[in-house]
Design a protein. Sequence first.
Length: 199
Amino acid sequence: MKKFIYIFFILAATVLYCADKVEDITLKSCVTFNTLCSKCHEGECSGRLAFNEGSEKSTYHIKRYAENDDISNNEIKEFFTLLNFMKKECLLFMPEDINYNQHKLESFATTTFKEYFIPLGVLKKGNYSISIRTKEDVSFRMELISKHFDSYLDITIYESIKKKEFEFKIGKDTNYFLRIKSKKPLYFDILEINKVSTK
Ligand code: HEC
């Protein structure tokens, strides 16, 4: 019995160690996970960890949905860590020190430029406006979500809409993200978020 308990602790420690390395994950894997995998895996807060990291089945599954056949073993590991983090912490993960203001928008795009996951940092309670100008006329879906998966905006912007300016209201000081999905590659001239002053 003693031996059994000992083995159990070693196993638990190994699993926890793997799941804790979320800080080392590349921005690209985070962006892919939060756009392409989130469709089905978002908000899975079961606490149950994913185990079959090296199996052929999960490798095929990940390659297929990441739309990337050349995915490395290391990247597959990163996806497992991200999924485990979400299941355990019930939060979205993006590297904390990376913020939209200091980085080019391309850093937050998937390889096909059809999806973006843009960290807006901590937004304080209040009203905001978002202005967008795309390089070409393309329709796309835009969501604003908090790191707790609360949705604040979920709109489809059709290519015929010329003036792309929207307002939204934030009720809680926390981290927010913009998720953008398009059927065609999408490039921006402008993507600006401003606090609307209420007098
Ligand atoms: C169309 C829906 C869908 C998409 C998109 C999707 N998955 Fe899955 N995934 C599933 C289902 C269903 C299962 C099996 C049930 C489960 O364990 O959640 C699964 C299982 C998994 C597992 C094994 C979980 C375990 O507990 O062992 C991993 C890892 C995984 N997916 C990662 C990913 C990654 C990474 C992406 C994006 C590149 C992705 N999935 C995209 C539906 C999807």
